[in-house]
Design a protein around this ligand. Structure first.
Ligand code: 26Q
Length: 753
């Protein structure tokens, strides 16, 4: 049967007469049928990756690629006068994650299935994922982002588990979503929900009644945790996930012959940050119900579970007041107390306790004591955990600590999002890199091949034009594709330092006004959502939007400088932006970005990095060499020392550098306050001048110099720039999540077939 016949049988009418919506539904069916054929029985140890977030993005094209159907489907549609890209538009994006941590989980699922490893995800079926960001009148507004349609990828099952929340009985229902591997097996993403959630309780924006948990439990991804009810709701969500997840794991293992004493031979559980940490006491509790004594249960759980740390930011490490846990999960508190007593026997060091003197329960501490592996997500990050943040734990359990540098799936972040570049690479080195990313180094043979470098530059230009077309259509923005495209896209956070970029742009504004023209026009593109309650982050967005207006209205500056803020940055937007980038901004304060994964995506798509020696930037710079990356700023050791000394004074830097002072003063000058809100702008100014917790000011002058160098190099020698892009692509193989997953399997999971 031809693909046209197959699809026509599914639609029930000629393809040319179908709407894009009808074609989408048929393709969804086709994919699910094909995917089901690749499900394999499991032998030996199976992985359960538990995570509060799976930022999977749109699935249709990715699944078609992985199942080897993409080309056939595209031509069948084409013959009927239909375009796959139009059908993709119909699919809502499941934004079931905040950012890096959630996207990493999605890349890992792809790699597990591709490597033919048995590994399923366990998470929550949020009705609304991360909020939809709208930018009207210069500020961010949050709106619900629905993705569940009648026929969605997550299929309802009749598998349910009882879960007790706040002493009341609830029923968790399992939804299954097929995870296809590239020429590999099909695994499952298990998402839990309860039937009583009521979408009609959403009020203005993303606000809702936080008390009625039967109606709101899985309504939103991470509800605002700035108030008590929000924080409690988060614990309820976490417990729903881990209790139902633990029951699923035990049931699946029992069905394969496990008698619970040997659980670790059947299951490996990876705890993605502390959000699923309650799985530890919950498993101990459930094993107790099966008749296994506490001491043995502790041993079994420790052998089964492993923990990944994604941050050293103190404010992101979860510590729950025991009074919350006593309300939400009273059945766990006695177990957590017993675990704390075990810890007290192991060490006298009170800073390693699970429950501290103020009655706060430290989730990460429970993880480290009661799992067999704790890993960081980039070499520098793991080193910092061992040397400072988790030093006491490292002393106690040196053998548990290990590094697993993050990675990204090249299927989505190259083959899917950048077909032109993929085609060029295939022509040069064949298709081996699809599953063996290290083969990209074969590209180095073309480092001095002018026609290859010119073609690479032409592809970049075409991707930039494509981004121009998309942004014109989405936001009515016109951009100059001959300018350098500089992109900073990631969550808005002070440690990621979008404000440093902002200060640079103000500086450039002054330079251009003074007649110091840059060697090439610059389009500075941002994509970033701020947490709804994160005031300074929202002020930074406001300042960027305001500056963008000021510059656009200035006939002298606007030909040379443009600021574009992409609304509602998500996976779909990232797939359009990343292939069009010339210069990738990775400018976090050294020591603060655990790894970063956007940095890897930009590199793979032929952008050069402008970055600090932070997270995986360190490993990127080792891969490409100093001449193929722009590094600047304080080192992590300098930063850590400065924090320890506690002697950083932003005001001294402000007073000491006239360029910096000029840029910061401009925030509340007449041009800005005429275009924006003086209240918001002066709040940001005060923060920068007097606090600047993430040390933006000390790195300012070095940033200006390095960025100036990048612009000069780009303008002076396009062919050499293209050569350096080629080197970046060729050396990106290390950052394939296939490599990361192979290392997790080798060192931690030891999965069966
Ligand atoms: C915690 C408590 C209360 C409310 C929310 C949270 C919370 C929510 C989300 C804490 C952290 C997150 C997400 C963290 C995250 O995305 N971390 C990123 O993980 C990536 C994958 O390892 C790294 O590349 C990034 O460096 C890291 O910032």
């Amino acid at each position: 049967m031809t693909m046209t016949d197959t699809l026509t049988a599914l639609t029930g009418k000629p393809l040319g007469e179908c709407t894009n919506g009808e074609l989408y539904l048929s393709l969804l069916k086709l994919v699910n049928e094909k995917a089901a054929q690749q499900i394999r029985p499991v032998q030996g140890r199976k992985l359960y990756y538990i995570s509060a977030e799976f930022l999977i993005g749109k699935l249709l094209s990715n699944n078609l690629i992985n199942l080897g159907l993409y080309d056939e489907v595209r031509s069948a549609l084409q013959s009927a006068g239909k375009k796959l890209s139009d059908i993709e538009e119909v699919e809502p994006e499941p934004s079931l994650g905040n950012g890096g941590l959630g996207r990493l989980a999605a890349c890992f699922l792809d790699s597990l299935a591709t490597l033919n490893l048995p590994g399923d995800g366990i998470g929550l079926r949020y009705h609304f994922g991360l909020f939809h960001q709208s930018l009207s009148s210069g500020v961010q507004k949050e709106l619900p982002d629905p993705w569940l349609t009648e026929n969605s990828w997550a299929e309802k099952t009749d598998i349910t588990y009882p879960v007790k929340l706040g002493g009341k009985k609830f029923t968790a229902r399992l939804y299954k979503l097929a995870v296809t591997g590239y020429e590999g097996r099909t695994n499952t993403l298990n998402l839990f929900d309860i039937d009583t959630v009521d979408e009609s309780i959403v009020r203005e924006g993303i606000s809702f009644d936080k008390t009625a948990i039967d109606k709101n439990l899985t309504l939103f991804l991470y509800p605002d945790d700035s108030d008590e009810a929000g924080r409690q709701l988060r614990i309820y969500q976490q417990y729903l996930m881990v209790s139902a997840g633990a029951q699923l794991i035990l049931a699946e293992c029992a069905a394969r012959g496990c008698d619970y004493h040997n659980l670790a031979d059947y299951a490996a559980i990876q705890i993605n940050d502390t959000h699923p940490s309650m799985v530890i006491p919950e498993l101990i509790r459930l094993l107790g119900e099966k008749g296994i004594a506490f001491e043995e249960a502790v041993e079994i759980v420790t052998k089964t579970c492993a923990y990944t740390n994604h941050t050293i930011l103190a404010e992101a490490l979860e510590k729950w007041p025991r009074t919350y846990l006593e309300v939400v999960v009273p059945q766990l508190m006695p177990i957590i107390e017993k675990l704390d007593a075990v810890v007290a026997k192991r060490t006298k060091d009170k800073s390693l306790a699970i429950i501290d003197k103020d009655g706060k329960v430290h989730m990460a501490h429970m993880d480290i004591h009661f799992t067999h592996s704790t890993n960081g997500v980039a070499a520098l990050h793991t080193q910092i955990l061992k040397d400072s943040e988790l030093k006491g734990f490292y002393k106690l359990y040196p053998e548990k600590f290990n590094n697993k540098t993050n990675g990204i799936t090249f299927r989505r972040w190259l083959m899917k999002c950048n077909p032109l570049l993929t085609g060029q690479i295939e022509n040069l080195i064949g298709t081996g890199f699809h599953k063996d990313a290290t083969q990209l180094t074969k590209l180095l043979a073309y480092e001095n091949d002018t026609s290859v470098l010119e073609q690479l530059a032409a592809i970049k230009k075409e991707n930039k034009r494509e981004l121009c077309r998309w942004l014109k259509q989405e936001q009515g923005i016109t951009m100059n594709p001959d300018a350098m495209f500089d992109i900073q896209s990631k969550r808005l956070h002070e440690y990621k330092r979008q404000q440093l970029n902002l200060l640079y742009l103000i500086h450039q504004y002054f330079e251009i006004k003074a007649g110091h023209l840059p060697p090439v026009p610059l389009v500075s593109i941002f994509g970033a959502k701020a947490a709804p309650a994160y005031i300074i982050a929202k002020d930074i967005i406001h300042a960027l939007l305001t500056l963008s207006k000021v510059i656009a209205a200035d006939p002298v500056v606007s030909p040379w400088l443009q600021i574009v803020f992409v609304e509602n940055y998500n996976v779909t937007a990232a797939e359009k932006m990343i292939p069009a980038c010339d210069l990738s901004e990775q400018i976090s304060l050294a020591s603060k970005e655990a790894s970063g994964t956007g940095n890897m995506k930009f590199m793979l798509n032929g952008a050069l990095t402008l970055g600090t020696m932070d997270g995986a930037n360190v490993e990127i710079s080792q891969q490409v060499g100093n001449e193929n990356i722009y590094i600047f700023g304080q080192t992590s050791n300098q930063v850590i020392r400065r924090y320890a000394a506690g002697d950083y004074k932003a005001s001294e830097w402000y007073e000491g550098d006239p360029n910096l002072r000029r840029a910061i003063d401009f925030l509340t000058g007449p041009e800005m306050t005429a275009a924006g809100s003086s209240e918001l702008l002066s709040r940001l100014q005060t923060e920068l001048k007097n606090k600047d917790w993430f040390q933006t000011l000390p790195d300012f002058s070095a940033y200006v110099v390095r960025k100036g160098q990048a612009l000069a190099d780009y303008a002076a020698n396009p062919l050499d720039w293209s050569r350096r892009c080629l080197v970046n692509i060729a050396k990106a193989g290390l950052f394939s999540s296939d490599r990361t997953i192979a290392e997790y399997d080798r060192d931690i999971w030891h999965l069966g077939k």
